[in-house]
Design a protein around this ligand. Structure first.
Ligand code: AMP
Ligand code: ZN
Ligand code: FE
Ligand code: FE
Length: 297
């Protein structure tokens, strides 16, 4: 029987329940993480996580590989995604959980996001070329053959080509919002992201809102989210507390995760933050309603 958040217990002392440890925010090579789904799940097992949701940017392509392997390892895996949306001109990430992975509307949204990204990436490369920092699309495709391509991939090649010392510098000098080579160009609104996730039978969650300007955060609180990511990466309880208050005030589901990206230093390690059992159990139940016999539940 697979270990789930409900059944996990220590063999030495049956009275001592092992805590539910479900990290609901992490990335693989299908977006800008450095680990394959198999390597990520192997690490999750080493870290004794009981639950996981892989939330690649704008794709669910990790799941066909991840589902059977999670089942083999006894890790409860629920569908997840991190959608690149915008509110006015600010980039907002919307997490989706426990949706139907086959949903046609969600699939169409992912395709549109990939198309947006292709034209945006070309515009970014054009801006870089004008600054005498050339990178070709074929170099990117060779270096990153799978999944969603975005600014982190471009930043990584800028480091490899000696244009900047670190990825962080690539963002600070060129790729970050308001920098010289920044291009917006993602066409999905927050409302569209929420509706698409909910129509696919899932829960829409506002990702890492801790650093959003107050004005934007208060506008987002008027939107029909199901939950908010309270526990995030390496943040302290003090940093998380305003968002916890918001979740309680709105009666939103409380989620948490590391935003682990593999070997990239600027992110927390896998298992740095967890989703409370109360929420994770709802994710499992909702996923079962779409896929009653899913092997990884
Ligand atoms: P994109 O999806 O192409 O807009 O790229 C956004 C991703 O880039 C985020 O999800 C982060 O993983 C990463 N990112 C954003 N800002 C920075 C930064 N200042 N330093 C390093 N990575 C960043
Ligand atoms: Zn990312
Ligand atoms: Fe994000
Ligand atoms: Fe993320």
């Amino acid at each position: 029987m697979p270990i789930t958040s409900q059944t996990a217990s220590t063999t030495q002392n049956p009275l001592m329940q092992a805590p539910n440890k479900a990290d609901c925010h992490c990335h693989t090579v299908f977006s800008d993480g450095t680990l394959t789904p198999v390597a990520l799940l192997t690490l999750a097992k080493e870290k004794q996580l009981t639950g996981l949701s892989i939330t690649d940017h704008d794709t669910v392509d990790a799941y066909p590989i991840a589902i059977p392997y999670a089942a083999e390892l006894g890790i409860t895996l629920v569908p997840g995604i991190e959608i690149s949306a915008h509110y006015q001109n600010t980039s907002i990430h919307v997490l989706g959980y426990a949706f139907d992975l086959q949903d046609a509307g969600l699939r169409r949204l992912c395709e549109r996001l990939q198309t947006d990204r292709e034209s945006r990436n070309e515009k970014i490369l054009l801006k870089l070329a004008r600054l005498n920092l050339p990178i070709s699309m074929s170099e990117i495709k060779t270096a990153f053959p799978t999944g969603t391509i975005g600014r982190p991939h471009i930043a990584k090649l800028m480091v490899e080509k000696g244009y900047v010392k670190t990825m962080q510098k690539a963002f600070q000098r060129y790729l970050g919002e308001k920098q010289r080579c920044y291009v917006g160009g993602m066409t999905i609104t927050v409302e569209q992201a929420i509706t698409t996730i909910q129509n696919a039978g899932g829960f829409a969650v506002l990702a890492h809102p801790h650093s959003l300007p107050n004005k934007i955060l208060s506008a987002l609180t008027q939107m029909p989210f199901d939950g908010v990511e309270v526990y995030y990466g390496p943040l302290s309880a003090k940093q998380e507390s305003p968002i916890l208050s918001l979740a309680l005030r709105k009666n939103w589901m409380i989620t948490g995760g590391s935003d682990f990206h593999g070997g990239q230093k600027s992110y927390a390690s896998l298992g740095a933050s967890f989703t409370p059992s109360e929420t994770f159990d709802q994710f499992v139940a909702r996923t079962k309603s779409h896929f009653p016999a899913l092997a990884c539940l």
